[in-house]
Design a protein around this ligand. Structure first.
Ligand code: ARG
Length: 587
């Protein structure tokens, strides 16, 4: 139970004792923390239901709450709001439990599920760019969050490895190096194992191929044919395609690893391909497929739709499959493999229509319950001009270059601030990497997932304010406080005693973790957790400025403060690890 759950139960019981629905007892953190810690507004609605004066009802409830002895303050305010402050002893007892909890007070889901989360979605042979950043960062954070609350989570990168770009690459390479054995239709032996293309080749070939197909219909037709032959299993093309995928994957893996992003499955669109015929048969048998100009389509529009939802195209008139077909077959594949309760897709908001069509078709076909498929869309990272972020030259920024740029900037900032003075080169590099990645990730995660945001490296990189570097710095500082106390022989940690306003504020921040985890989880919005981590770091900073720790004279208070510091360290670690940030040992 989170703290507000527990309070809601107490206040709900008071409503029940007045013969009212306990649901009226819903408690939340106060909108006016300067006036009270928590509030309950239920008396207003409850009084309306039985035409009672809301203030009078609120004051009856308040009397019952006072009698529980758990509150330092119970106040009726305005037309019938109830303002609450918890008694310090209650806060202290809750904190003792939190300090002993290995999950640092995080909420746990009562009914965990098995979840497949699809994020990343890079495409073979195309360099990763900033557009892939958000999918990776948000997907990784949600995966970790879901595991933290108890779900069984399987992450799948869902590589784009099976469409027309593959045929375009094959034909482009064929024009450059027609003698490669992969192109010989009469070959019977095996094909070279060692890759005949490098990553640089692929990154050069793909734009060239795409441009050639755009400019020349004959080349486009060749590419279409090669795609079809590949998908029908022409051995030379398949062998070559495997090389494209392997070379690309190695590079993608490196870049994601740099960002602390990893996947359980490295499946791709190609893996779903064998399931397409079966999926289509099931859909036809269901009677939901109809023919339209030679194509096979599924109507997914419904009465009451606010905008037009066009039919999903299962097969084009030439029999080829589209993005939607592949996604439907992938759902079937996942169902066969792990039978998940739910599938989540962390993909650009701009693909929402696609997912709407796929989810409706899956539901209609009985492949997967529609409301157990969720598209978790995200906004774009824009430049200062408000348009999707570009390089100074106007091109798409490669992820690799972005990471390099952020690390370089971190290194400069750290040096300017004297944070890496006397560090070895290896340690300085490690700290710069961690700070740079934290700056980038936190800046992304701290915005509501669905919003756009502006890339502003100087703001992301500041050591003050709501930034990744500030949080890493906070973690390092709490740890150094603990280390100093140990060196000074400050003794053991002990039970919590709350005496000062700063300790009370820190207690409330620590105890809000459960609600923050829950809100982040239920809304699939990591920014609630970012807000929490920032609030906690700030509370600690005020506490540290106002209260002695290692050199506090009174042993009981010193022991309590050591417990507080340890709880902050543990909870910040936990929060940062869910967000995918890693703190250096020192800086
Ligand atoms: N490769 C796709 C793209 O670049 C993203 C894939 C997202 N996942 C999915 N199951 N459709 O747009």
């Amino acid at each position: 139970m989170t703290l507000t759950d527990e309070l809601s139960a107490i206040v709900g019981a008071a409503f029940a004792d007045e013969g009212l629905d306990p649901a009226f007892g819903l408690v939340k953190a106060s909108d006016r923390p300067d006036l009270a810690q928590f509030q309950c507004n239920g008396a207003l609605a409850a009084a309306k239901g039985r035409s009672e004066n809301p203030r009078a009802l609120a004051s009856k409830i308040s009397d019952r709450l006072k009698a529980t002895g758990r509150f330092a303050k119970v106040e009726t305010a305005g037309p019938g709001f109830i303002n609450l402050d918890l008694a310090d002893a209650v806060l202290a007892a809750r904190l003792d439990a939190l300090a002993a909890d290995e999950r640092a007070g995080g909420w746990r889901r009562p009914n965990p599920e098995k979840i497949v989360i699809d994020y990343g979605g890079p495409n073979v042979a195309k360099p990763l760019h900033v557009g892939h950043l958000r999918a990776a960062i948000i997907g990784e954070a949600l995966k970790r969050l879901m595991r933290f609350v108890g779900d069984e989570v399987i992450s799948d990168i869902h590589l784009g490895d099976w469409g027309l770009p593959m045929g375009q690459l094959i034909t482009e390479l064929k024009r450059e190096r027609p003698d490669l054995p992969f192109f010989d239709p009469d070959r019977t032996g095996s094909y070279p194992q060692h890759p005949v293309v490098s990553l640089e080749d692929l990154e050069r070939l793909y734009p060239k191929a795409a441009a050639a197909c755009k400019a020349d219909p004959a080349k486009a037709e060749e590419a279409r044919l090669a795609t079809a032959e590949l998908q029908e299993g022409r051995p030379g093309y398949l062998a070559l395609w495997r090389q494209f995928v392997a070379v690309s994957r190695a590079a993608i893996e490196r870049e994601y690893a740099d960002l602390g992003v990893s996947f359980d499955w490295w499946k791709g669109e190609a893996d779903a391909d064998p399931l397409v015929p079966e999926m289509a048969r099931a859909m036809r048998a269901n009677g939901i497929v109809r023919e339209s100009d030679g194509a096979e389509i599924v109507d997914v529009a419904r009465d009451g739709d606010k905008k037009e939802i066009p039919p999903l195209i299962l097969f084009k008139s030439d029999g080829s499959v589209l993005y939607g077909t592949t996604d439907l077959a992938t759902i079937l594949d996942r169902k066969r493999l792990v039978d998940p309760d739910r599938i989540l897709y962390v993909v650009d908001q701009r693909q929402s229509l696609h997912f709407e069509q796929v989810f409706r078709a899956a539901g209609k076909a009985g492949i997967f319950e529609e409301n157990r498929l969720e598209h978790l869309g995200f906004g774009t990272m824009n430049g200062k001009d408000g348009k999707p972020f570009k390089t100074r030259e106007g091109g798409v920024l490669k992820l690799r270059d972005l990471i390099d740029m952020v690390e370089r900037r971190a290194r400069e900032r750290l040096a300017e601030s004297g944070f890496i003075e006397g560090f070895s080169e290896a340690e300085a590099e490690d700290v710069a990497h961690k700070v740079g990645v934290a700056a980038l990730k936190f800046a992304d995660l701290s915005n509501p997932r669905t919003s756009d945001y502006v890339f502003d490296l100087d703001r992301f990189m500041a050591f003050e304010g709501k930034t990744g570097p500030y949080l890493l710095y906070a973690v390092v500082r709490v740890r150094s406080v603990e280390a100093k106390a140990k060196d000074a022989g400050a003794g053991e940690a002990g039970p919590i005693i709350i005496a000062t306003p700063e300790e009370r504020d820190l207690a409330l921040s620590l105890l809000a973790f459960g609600d923050a985890v829950r809100a982040s989880y239920e809304k699939r919005m990591p920014h609630h957790l970012c807000d929490h981590a920032f609030r906690l770091a700030q509370s600690f900073s005020k506490f540290y400025a106002a209260c002695r720790i290692a050199d506090e004279g009174e042993a009981r208070i010193r022991a309590s403060r050591l417990t507080l510091a340890a709880a902050v360290a543990a909870q910040l670690d936990q929060a940062l690890s869910i967000l995918g940030l890693s703190a250096p040992q020192r800086m």
